[in-house]
Design a binder for this molecule. Structure first.
Ligand code: ADP
Ligand code: MG
Length: 686
């Protein structure tokens, strides 16, 4: 079959022997089809001819000139030779130099006309191009092959770009006609997209910028569509479960919950609860993500849901990623639900056998309507009388497979996932496109906004004094360092060194150390000492980042904030000011230039986690964003979540429509195959 050629190893191509094949493998290229999808890193536009007198140092340009003189020079280093040519046009002259190009003087003989492409620089008063690309020109015209947009591939040692270019270009000629269309015709038509063949060609050999853009758009669209179709399929599959678990907002426990709150719900909280109740009435299991900044009051929404479930005698399991967080949630259920007659239990490590047995028995008998704990709650050893709701806090710490484990229970429970890491919408769609999303954008009223300051090491004494004063006034402080060991240059204080320093100066306030290398009991221990006020200052790594809630913590010092992403800084900042006291976040710069880096300015400008997440995405790209890397969705070949926002929305819309009409993707069998290869595992479909 003809298309077998696409799968053939690169050995089979002219000019590729075992050595070359090995070098290509380093670039991840083993088959002919790999080569088609090996897109240029950038392009050189050689179409526009400049006169020598118009050349601007530092800018890549094309000139057409005549060789006036060429000579070979030996350089002091053995084996190194330089070819130096002088070329002229009617406006001036330019020097061109090449290293070790044997025989060049016979090709570019004086009098030869040549097209050159390179970046000119000024050297001792003369313009010079070092190692320019060239081609002999016969007439007063740029050679057609030369005056193009030239693809630049990510070359490696041993393989020059020029060689790769030829290889790809030859492979294209033979292989491109064998490429089979993947998108269904109704979508290429709807979105006015070029064919796959045309798109691949234009990525490698675009005639102009517009053609390239269209090609890129088509390929990015397909990648995004694939993920969105996967999401839509997963959602479909989930929604096929029927549920007769009926929960509504009219029962006495839920109404009592609302009445006994010492404050009123924020508009966002009301909105989220309304969305939840509407899901619960739909006869299908709920599958909702509740996203909200730290302190936006997600826990309370979960409590409301548990209260309403309790009205129907339905059990709620609340999962936390760590025991510390489970303890906090358990405290909350006791505070909000116990007074209404709803019993809750906690299951965690370190419980005595009898405590654990009692909790298990209460879950099994249904006496406990709320069961709090870590993910062990979903293991078969934990039996429920009537489990109907599962809440997962800080869901980004749980994997997709754990989510699947929840969904696959029978009867399928209603699922509420909560995340305190606001992420950009593009990322939400790619990671959680199968979920319904509620946002808590509004913070509870009366909260005093945290203050953020940027200082450098020169203010160290003032900072230390400030912490002492703060502690005297009833506050507590965190001091966060970027990593456990100091880096090679030694400019980043290691946590331990910093701990010793702080201990020396502030020992009297009681200082503890916490980092990821400690045993979990040690960590719990120091945290609980901090919580109860035994120690009033905690020096540590970002282990304090997620969910730790110590209401009277009022200061957080973040050392070398340049090292952190904005979202992470924001997350850390959210650790303070959670009680009555206003929180202060001090960004302690490594660099003592006294200037606030532009990147950190965002931290001073806004307190909105979603806005910060967007800024983070724009600054650092998806790779660095939490969640993206670990889920692998940032690894699009062409699509770019920074740029392709609108395209993603289109792909999402199209995916939904397509699935409704053609759930088996009969329209596009190849697309379906690719989908399963790429995302089958991640999506739990096959
Ligand atoms: P999150 O889990 O979203 O970080 P929490 O649910 O822990 O936030 O809420 C943070 C604090 O705000 C808690 O002390 C909580 O009691 C309080 N809170 C929640 N909702 C409100 C509200 N509507 N009005 C006032 N305070 C609220
Ligand atoms: Mg929380």
């Amino acid at each position: 079959m003809a298309s077998d050629f696409l799968e053939q190893s690169l050995n089979s191509l002219k000019g590729v022997g075992p050595k070359r094949a090995q070098q290509l493998a380093v670039l991840g290229l083993s088959s002919v089809s790999d080569l088609l999808w090996f897109f240029p890193r950038k392009y050189e536009d050689r179409r526009h001819l400049s006169k020598i007198s118009d050349l601007i140092p530092g800018r890549a340009s094309t000139v057409l000139a005549t060789v006036a003189d060429i000579e070979r020079k030996r350089l002091p280093r053995p084996g190194l030779e330089l070819v130096v040519a002088t070329l002229i046009d009617e406006t001036g002259e330019i020097a061109a130099t090449w290293f070790n190009r044997r025989g060049l003087e016979y090709i570019l003989k004086p009098g030869t006309r040549a097209a050159l492409f390179g970046t000119a620089s000024m050297r001792a008063g003369t313009l010079e191009m070092s190692n320019p690309e060239f081609e002999i020109a016969d007439a007063d015209q740029l050679p057609a092959q030369f005056a193009r947009i030239i693809p630049i591939y990510p070359a490696t040692a041993g393989l020059t770009n020029r060689w790769l270019r030829t290889l790809v270009s030859e492979a294209l000629q033979e292989a491109l006609p064998l490429v089979v269309e993947t998108l269904p015709p109704h979508l290429t038509k709807k979105r006015k997209l070029p064919s796959l063949q045309e798109a691949i060609r234009a990525m490698h050999e675009p005639h102009d910028g517009r053609e390239w853009k269209v090609a890129r758009r088509r390929l990015a669209y397909e990648e995004l569509l694939m993920l969105q179709v996967g999401m839509a399929l997963r959602r479909e599959k989930f929604k096929q479960h029927k549920t007769d678990i009926k929960i509504n907002a009219n029962g006495p426990v839920y109404q009592g919950f609302l009445k006994t709150l010492p404050f009123s719900l924020t508009g966002s909280q009301q909105g989220a609860l309304a969305e939840i109740f509407s899901d619960l009435a739909a006869g299908q299991p709920m599958s909702r993500l509740l996203q909200g900044d730290v302190g936006s009051g997600k826990t309370l929404v979960a409590m409301g849901l548990a209260a309403a479930a309790a009205d129907a005698q339905i059990q709620t399991a609340i999962l936390a990623p760590t025991e510390v967080l489970a303890d906090q949630l358990y405290g909350e259920t006791k505070k909000r639900l116990a007074p209404l007659g709803v019993e809750s239990v906690i299951l965690k490590g370190g419980q005595s056998t009898s405590e654990r047995a009692a909790a298990l028995a209460a879950a099994e008998s249904g006496e406990a309507l709320v069961v709090v704990g870590t993910q062990a709650l979903l293991e078969p050893t934990v039996r429920y009388k009537n489990l109907g709701v599962v809440v997962i806090d800080e869901q980004h710490r749980f994997g997709v497979s754990q989510r699947a484990a929840v969904i696959d229970r029978t009867p399928a429970p209603h699922l509420l996932m909560m995340s305190a890491t606001p992420i950009p919408r593009t990322l939400t769609l790619c990671l959680f496109g199968d979920l319904d999303v509620s946002l808590l954008r509004e913070k509870p009223a009366g909260r005093i906004k945290n203050e953020t300051r940027v200082i450098d090491g020169k203010k160290m004494r003032t900072l230390l004094q400030f912490i002492v004063d703060e502690v005297k006034a009833g506050g507590k402080a965190y001091w966060v360092c970027p990593r456990v060991e100091g880096d090679e240059s030694g400019e980043i204080a290691s946590v331990e060194k910093r701990y010793a320093f702080v201990e020396k100066h502030l020992g009297k306030v009681g200082v503890g150390l916490i980092h990821g290398r400690m045993k979990s009991e040690e960590k719990e221990n120091v945290l609980s000492r901090f919580r109860c006020g035994d120690i009033r200052m905690l020096v540590g790594t970002t282990v304090v980042e997620v969910g730790v809630d110590v209401p009277d913590a009022s200061v957080i010092v973040i050392e070398s904030p340049e090292r952190f992403g904005l979202s992470q800084l924001h997350q850390l900042r959210g650790r303070v000011g959670r009680g009555g006291r206003r929180g202060v976040c001090v960004l302690l710069l490594t660099d003592a230039s006294g200037e606030t880096p532009a990147r950190l300015q965002t931290m001073l400008d806004t307190d909105d986690g979603f806005a910060i997440a967007e800024a983070d995405l724009q600054q650092r790209g998806t790779g660095e964003l939490s969640g993206a890397a670990q889920h692998g969705v940032a690894e699009f070949l062409v699509a770019d979540l920074q740029k392709d926002v609108a395209l993603l929305e289109e792909a999402r819309e199209d995916a939904k429509e397509w699935i409704l009409k053609d759930r088996d993707l009969q329209d596009a069998p190849l697309f379906k195959g690719n989908l399963i290869t790429h995302f089958g595992e991640m999506l739990g479909i096959g």
